[in-house]
Design a protein around this ligand. Structure first.
Ligand code: MSK
Length: 645
């Protein structure tokens, strides 16, 4: 694929449901599928216009294959495919059993997730290197202080010209992917006692690419031939993601685009504007979207928008690319994972610009039902039916301008009679990086530790992850977070979980009314909400940093703190990697959707029980949010008791 844009192939508008629904059926289905009123309103439009969505495809795929659900189908070699069906079929052709098939499938998912985050992280670091070498016009260092701190951490002299420091740092960071040092730099942020525990458990990562490559090696037929080693290596590969690839992506994005600070922003599909050229930015990597934001401010593009009858250009975010811009620049967020098709079906979106991860391959089919142009930008994320405009650090400034020109020129094609934008976007307070939290507390996390020790706040929980059509959109995120804050547990959130709570108004300072007395008092004094938005998927590493800093302050291991994690509606293999680096790092985590391990009681027991003997943390699987909250609360109270709090 070349750099200039070309229409690749035309795709058709997909229609569903197959028959026209009565108004009351539409209302009932919309309520059953999502709790978000703005999503419900647009979902009704999709059904009235019979535009296919993820929920329609989900219905068509149900019921799902029992063997796949339990993780006991194997596609790993050409002697099969095999399924463990019981009776005389308890082994695949090669001889593997249910435990091994489940373990290998799980490690495959962890590797996919860790690779996705880490490849994203690598691209951000490469952008820093290109900036340093004068090959990334338009990019700059927006947080010089963080650049210098990171340089110090990597033992790099930070006194020279900023470009030289950036170059040395980028090269040292790129070395982390294939390092021969045998250890990652940033994992040393964890307390020494935690590192010892992880070393004893054989989950200290030696290099980012190395652990992922070894994972792929282990799942080849005839390599990892016992389930336990395969599952444990998943922790090591995920730790390479959490303390490596994702951490690099987060930290260097802060260096290039600014470390998030507390600010107000607006959420839900109502952030689209009737009289503006609407452009959504969807995916995960901020390297492109930051340049589009810069281009949207060019006077000639504003003039061009006016010349086609629009008041201006309205950039909105979706999923984690949106969150990156939201956290740093306050760009409004149209929605989370299951809102992506709905943004198009408003009929008010001139262009959806995508980079990678979590992008439905059928978005171009959805767009074909309206006037929206889908513009793909990454050579590794081609998309049938999209307009491809490759973006890299060298050309991003120029390409961003062209993308916006394309969107503006599409504005007259909007069919006014088919536009529906829900009213009332929701306000939220966002931008809670660890640095922003420290600033709000007077420069240190010590006051947070004190209110935890005093019991006003019982503990902290990171609620993260996606939406999944197996679960009513956003419902479990809201129910779990609401129950935890009611019990005086501070919630920190990222990804689509954070977007769900923001859309529901739980990230306004007024939401302290829903919190227990202690949490209400602490957040009320600070003027902050009881649920803090910490960013995107790669920003789960901010949660690792937060827990590591608290543990260092308290003089304990990370696993000893009254903290936990939760992924109530996860769908992505990236979420499996995140959950494993949370648990590996000592943060016990509850999953609202079961991973595909039901076919192996041994693997299930290892993850939900035995692993505790190695890392002092474990998984729970609990789809019911109130029960999940109770599990977490008991866990937090046990940790408090053990610490003598
Ligand atoms: S976007 S990985 S659906 S959180 Fe990061 Fe949301 Fe999950 Fe994608």
């Amino acid at each position: 694929m070349g750099e200039e844009y070309v229409e690749i192939i035309s795709v058709e508008c997909l229609r569903a449901p197959p028959k026209e629904l009565k108004p009351e059926e539409i209302d009932a289905k919309a309520e059953e599928r999502t709790v978000d009123p703005s999503s419900q309103a647009v979902l009704k439009k999709t059904m009235q216009e019979r535009t296919e969505t993820v929920w329609d495809r989900f219905d068509k795929q149900s019921p799902h294959c029992k063997f796949c659900v339990e993780g006991i189908s194997c596609q790993r070699c050409a002697m099969g495919p095999c399924r463990i069906m019981g009776g005389d079929r308890t082994r695949g052709v090669c001889g593997n059993d249910a435990d091994l098939i489940v373990a290998r499938n799980l490690l495959d998912w962890v590797s996919m997730g860790a690779a996705s985050h880490s490849d994203h992280g690598r691209e951000v670091v490469e952008t820093l290197l290109k900036y340093a070498r004068g090959r990334a016009p338009g990019y700059m260092i927006q947080d010089e202080n963080k650049l210098k701190k990171l340089a110090h951490e990597y033992d790099i002299d930070s006194d020279g010209p900023i470009e030289a420091v950036a170059e040395s740092l980028a090269l040292a960071m790129l070395d982390e992917f294939g390092t021969i040092k045998g250890e990652l730099q940033m994992i040393k942020r964890a307390p020494a006692a935690s590192l010892e525990l992880w070393k004893a458990a054989s989950i200290l990562p030696r290099g980012i690419d190395r652990e992922i490559v070894e994972a792929m090696h282990r799942i080849h037929m005839g390599v990892g031939n016992e389930y336990r080693g395969v599952v444990v290596h998943g922790f090591r590969a995920s730790m390479a993601d959490g303390w490596g690839g994702s951490m690099l992506g987060m930290e260097v994005s802060d260096v290039l685009f600014g470390t998030p600070q507390i600010k107000n922003a607006r959420f839900n599909l109502g952030v689209l504007k009737q009289d503006h050229v609407n452009v959504s930015l969807h995916g995960h990597n901020p390297v492109l979207s930051e340049m589009i934001l810069e281009a949207s401010m060019l006077p000639e593009l504003k003039e061009r928008a006016k010349s086609v009858g629009a008041e201006g250009i309205n950039l909105v975010g979706l999923c984690c690319t949106g969150t990156e811009l939201l956290m740093r620049k306050g760009i409004p967020q149209a929605g989370n994972h299951l809102d992506q098709e709905l943004a198009i079906t408003t009929g008010a979106l001139e262009a959806m610009v995508v980079d990678y991860q979590c992008i439905f391959p059928t978005l171009t089919n959805t767009a074909a039902c309206y006037h929206t142009k889908v513009i793909s930008t990454s050579p590794k994320a081609g998309m049938t039916g999209s307009i491809y405009m490759e973006i890299n650090p060298e050309n991003a400034r120029e390409q961003s301008r062209k993308i916006l020109e394309l969107a503006i020129d599409n504005y007259p094609n909007r069919s006014r009679g088919r536009v529906f934008i829900p009213d009332r976007p929701m306000d939220a307070m966002v931008g809670f990086s660890v640095e922003a939290i420290e600033n709000a507390l007077g420069g240190s996390l010590k006051p947070l530790l004190e209110v935890i020790a005093s019991g006003k706040i019982r503990g902290c929980v990171g609620i993260v992850g996606c939406n999944n059509p197996h679960i009513r959109h956003d419902s479990n995120h809201l129910a779990l977070a609401s129950e935890l804050i009611r019990r005086d547990v501070l919630c920190v959130e990222t990804g689509c979980a954070a977007i769900a709570c923001a859309k529901a108004g739980l990230m306004r300072p007024e939401a302290i009314d829903k919190a227990g007395r202690g949490l209400r008092e602490v957040c009320g004094q600070l003027g902050i909400p009881p649920i803090l938005h910490m960013g995107s998927c790669v920003d789960n590493t901010r949660i690792l940093n937060l827990v590591a800093k608290l543990a260092n302050l308290a003089g304990v291991r990370m696993d000893q703190l009254p903290v936990a994690g939760a992924a109530p509606e996860w769908y992505s293999p990236k979420a499996v990697a995140i959950a494993k680096y949370f648990v590996g790092s000592g943060v016990s985590t509850v999953l609202g959707v079961s991973p595909r391990i039901g076919g192996s009681p041994k693997v299930s027991r290892l993850l939900t029980d035995d692993i505790e003997n190695m890392v002092n943390a474990k998984f729970w699987v609990e789809p019911e949010p109130k029960k999940a909250a109770a599990l977490i609360y008991d866990h937090i109270e046990n940790k408090r008791r053990d610490l003598g709090m």
